[in-house]
Every structure is written in C-alpha cells, then in structure tokens.
Design a protein around this ligand. Structure first.
Ligand code: SAH
Length: 277
C-alpha cells in the first residue's frame, strides 16, 4: 500500500530515479514521492507521462536541456534545491534512470548534505540494465559473462574520457555498456579495437529505450559509427558491446509481442541442455 510508504517531510529533498522512460518502470517509492511533493525538479530524460503521477498542487520545474537550449548549470540546480528545501517545501528531484548512475545525483546529494538539507535517495532502473532488457539483451548470462563494465562516452569536458584505460577495458571487460556514447562512438570503437577487441564483436544501439519510439540497431564494433550515421539514430542511446548482444536473437520479446518468432533459439551455439527443475 502506498500509505505504508514513508511520508515526505517539509524541508527535505528526495532524489529519485524515474527509470528509463516507460512509466511502468517507476518504483512504488517514486510514485509515493510524486504524489506528495510540493515541488518536482525534473530532467530531460523524464517522460511527461511520469509527471502525470504528480499531485494536483505540485509545481513541476524543468531543469534539463531540450530543444537545443543550454542546460541549467549543475551548481545552480543544486543550490535551487537547497533554497526550495529551506523555504519549507517537500522537494522531489526526479532524474532519468538511476540517480547515482552517470546522473550527477551524487554531486547534488553532496551539496544538499553540505548545506544541512536532509535527503532520501530512491534508486531507479538504469538505462544500461532496464533499457537493454527492453531490447532483449541480458547484461549478464552464464554462457557469456561474469562481469559488466558501465562506461560513459563523455567526460566533464565533453571528450571521450581520457582517464579510462580503453585497452584494459577492451581486454578485460566481457560486456561493455556505454552511456552517452553516440557523439564519440567512432573514437570509442577505434580505441577498443586498437586495444585488442575483435572488430566483429556484436554491438546493439538502443535509442529511447523502453519508450514507444524505441529503436534497436544491431551492428559490429568496426561498423558501428557508420551504421549509426546511416540509420540517422539520435541520442539518448545506450550502446552494448559484446556477445550478450547475440542473445537478442532469442530474447527480443518486444518483437514477439508483435508476433515475430525468435531468429535463433541458441545464438551462442553452446547447445546447453535445458536445466531440469
Ligand atoms: N541516470 C541515467 C543515466 C543518465 S546519463 C540512468 O541511470 O539511466 C544519460 C545517458 O543515459 C544517455 O545519454 C543515454 O546513454 C542513457 N539513457 C538514459 N535513458 C535512456 C533511454 N531511455 N534510452 C537510451 N539511453 C538512455
């Protein structure tokens, strides 16, 4: 019952993940917060249908980048949250996916704590797991991998992150999930190939994952940049690199909803017998 969930107190900020888009992927804690907040500050990747869960008196403030307008400065957002809380509001900071995964939620939470504002953190389903699941890609599978690496395709300066050891990732990461990778995909792919990754490694690019507009491109590391350009795909996109992508041939459940049959029920060709109960 929602009524059993925590009450939002005045002067608090709840930092909450809204999931990758599909409102059905909100948590009960997120819905509980939406129903109670006086002020909701939300990002570009939060779907409008999610804001429809807000209480009737809630003020919704947009704090992201849309239609080419410059994004609100991160520092300004954090300080705005402090001001709103100090003014006695119940503040909901709603972020796409999970607030602590490439979402700057950690920075905002830190500023709030530094200013003495009490916080609650509500995790969300991150695009790199839930978005790929909607494309039929399991980020772990016993026949494929025992580890997953989440990387960002940009650093704070907007470049491919120079602090990352791409050669080590190329060799050591069985499955690589790239957030914010569209702009620099050509560089990322060539750094991975230079680092020893197979140019034929399968790649899936999932744009607006979990939403009605979701698109999935299957390609390879060597062809990814050209194929993305040819298909004119636009961010937001989550990019998965590795054998896990092949599982889509059997697990593309959205295509099955539309009546498609699986392309291949054993894409890894391991012939693993069905597990007995
Ligand atoms: N905190 C978010 C990530 C924010 S960074 C999370 O946990 O999911 C923004 C990046 O996330 C985008 O550039 C894209 O790579 C990815 N992303 C978020 N939502 C997405 C979606 N619905 N479809 C595809 N990629 C998404």
């Amino acid at each position: 019952m929602l009524s059993d969930l925590p009450r939002m107190q005045k002067g608090w900020v709840w930092l909450c993940g809204a999931g990758p888009g599909d409102p059905g992927l909100l948590t009960l804690h997120a819905v509980n917060a939406l129903r109670q907040a006086d002020v909701i500050i939300y990002d570009a990747l939060v779907d409008d249908r999610i804001l429809e869960w807000a209480g009737p008196g809630a003020e919704c403030i947009y704090a992201g980048k849309r239609g080419g307008k410059p994004s609100a400065l991160q520092r300004d957002i954090s300080l705005r949250l402090v001001e709103l809380a100090r003014a006695g509001n119940r503040v909901l900071r709603l972020k796409g996916g999970d607030p602590f995964v490439f979402g700057r939620g950690g920075e905002e939470a830190q500023t709030l704590v530094q200013h003495g504002v009490p916080i609650r953190i509500i995790p969300g389903i991150t695009a790199g797991i839930g978005g790929l699941a909607y494309a039929g890609v399991p980020v772990t599978h016993r026949d494929v991998n025992q580890s997953v690496t989440f990387v960002t395709g940009h650093d704070q300066s907007g470049q491919t992150p120079s602090a990352l050891d791409w050669a080590a990732i190329a060799k050591g990461s069985q499955v690589i999930v790239v957030y914010m990778g569209m702009k620099h995909i050509a560089r990322i792919a060539s750094q991975l190939i230079d680092g020893g990754r197979d140019p034929n490694d399968p790649v899936a690019v999932v744009t607006t994952a979990t939403m009605d507009s979701q698109q999935v491109l299957e390609t390879t590391l060597a062809r990814a940049a050209d194929d993305i350009a040819r298909a004119a795909l636009e961010p937001p996109a989550i990019i998965c690199i590795g054998q896990a992508v092949l599982m889509r041939q059997v697990l593309d459940w959205q295509a099955m909803l539309d009546g498609a049959v699986p392309r291949n029920t054993d894409p890894l060709d391991r012939g693993r017998p069905a597990e007995s109960a």
